[in-house]
Design a protein around this ligand. Structure first.
Ligand code: BJ8
Length: 423
């Protein structure tokens, strides 16, 4: 609508480029999502969210800002939403899953940079991301080499970048570093909002985020059923919207889908026939609108039953203990919770392999597809021992390496079909 155009203009978006992006996104959504059969009715909410992803949700953020609330943008699940909410700010995810302004990006970053980092730069340089432009603070983090060096360059493009240091080893020292960095982040967010985090506010923040996570845990548990009551495409979409939506509304909407799925399961209804080969996807995060892999898998005669990914269970697995009485106690609980995230930037990282196997068992997956973004050293390096360990345990594994382009879709489809065939 005209109101939205005015809003986008005020945020500094390039309206023509943005129109082009929304056009492509809308078409992809139509072809990939709306073309699916037997979708749960509750997905209608997520269709609406996606149709309004740069409209209504941005209007809400702009209204929050007008009322004095601050917006914090993040590129990693290590940024604690509990702390952001407790300081009366809203957290939004900024990772993006589509190529944009590639020529401009490759003047700033080496060609052999992963698609996720390139995409984040493309959305900034192309002026097409209203989330990035609404953010009062953008949080980068020292995770992989690609991201940590890219933030040095991003600092020249935005004036509100905050960089969080992160440990690389799960040691006592590593944990002390995470705690020190969370304390420094807390002070920075308090300074941004002018709100001091009290025990009551922090408990509220923890409970709000836990409720979102618990709703996703419920959804994951329902996806364990055969026939699968919901597609992997839709499961991924819910996990993607987790990063953008109003938290309370998101929780309610996921729980509503779960109610519907429980009825489907009781009636033995599914999106695919019983005994359809079941795939667990493991690896790099798949940010909106990166739907390439599930689209390929689910048109190749298989169903995705879980995501071992930061846009998935790695990001949402554990709740934060909310029983603390003081800010200090609850901060310790937050550190404990985040310290368990088994990102491949950690060395060594044995928990991730355990979690993959645990998810295979729980979801009754017939095989694992390891999703690696080209040039992502942490996950591509780790994929080789992961594949070996899984195959040693008779769990078939297919290692894929790809990017956001559509050029290799045919080739990937052939490989996925061959893999599914032998399950
Ligand atoms: S906690 S996975 S969200 S860092 S794909 S940019 S690793 S080269 S995204 Fe991540 Fe946090 Fe870890 Fe999760 Fe680098 Fe690899 Fe690119 Fe990546």
């Amino acid at each position: 609508s005209d109101d939205y155009r005015q809003m986008w203009k005020e945020l500094g978006l390039d309206l023509d480029a943005h129109d082009a992006l929304l056009g492509v996104l809308g078409q992809a959504y139509q072809d990939i999502y709306l073309a699916q059969k037997q979708r749960p009715e509750g997905m209608g909410y997520f269709d609406f969210v996606m149709s309004e992803v740069h409209g209504l949700r941005i209007k809400e953020l702009v209204d929050e800002k007008a009322a004095g609330r601050k917006i914090v943008g993040s590129y990693c699940v290590f940024v604690p939403e509990e702390i952001v909410l407790a300081a009366n700010a809203t957290l939004v995810g900024l990772c993006s899953g589509a190529d944009f302004a590639t020529e401009d990006v490759e003047r700033m970053l080496p060609r052999n940079t992963c698609a996720l980092i390139k995409s984040s730069f493309g959305f900034k340089l192309g002026k097409v991301c209203p989330y990035l432009e609404s953010a009062d603070m953008i949080v980068g983090e020292n995770t992989c080499d690609g991201k940590k060096k890219a933030y040095e360059s991003l600092a020249g493009l935005v004036d509100n970048l905050y960089v969080m240091d992160l440990p690389q080893v799960k040691s006592e020292n590593g944990k002390a570093l995470l705690k020190a960095e969370f304390l420094r982040f807390k002070a920075a967010v308090e300074k941004l909002t002018g709100v001091t985090i009290t025990a009551e506010r922090l408990k509220d923040g923890i409970q709000t985020v836990n409720a979102k996570r618990a709703a996703l845990h419920r959804l994951s548990a329902l996806r364990k059923t055969d026939p699968a009551p919901v597609s992997g495409l839709d499961g991924l979409l819910v996990n993607q919207v987790f990063f953008y939506d109003n938290p309370a509304r998101f929780t309610a909407s996921v729980n509503k889908i779960c109610d519907e799925l429980e009825k489907r399961i009781a009636a033995e209804e599914g999106v695919f026939a019983k005994k359809t080969p079941r795939i667990l996807v493991s690896g790099c995060p798949q940010a909106v609108p990166n739907w390439k892999l599930p689209m390929i898998v689910e048109t190749a005669g298989a169903v995705i039953v879980g995501e071992e990914s930061c846009v998935g269970e790695r990001g949402t697995r554990n709740l934060t203990d909310d029983s603390g009485q003081t800010v200090e106690e609850m901060l310790d609980a937050i550190v404990d919770r985040y310290f368990q995230v088994d990102c491949a930037i950690f060395t060594p990282n044995p928990d991730r392999l355990d979690h993959i196997q645990q998810m295979v068992a729980e979801t009754k997956a017939d095989g694992v597809i390891h999703y690696g973004l080209q040039f992502c050293q942490p996950y591509l390096m780790e994929s080789i021992p992961v594949e070996k360990a899984l195959e040693d345990r008779q769990i078939p594994c297919l290692r894929l390496e790809t990017d956001y382009s559509m050029e290799d879709v045919g080739q990937l489809k052939t490989r996925v079909e061959a893999f599914v065939e032998q399950l």
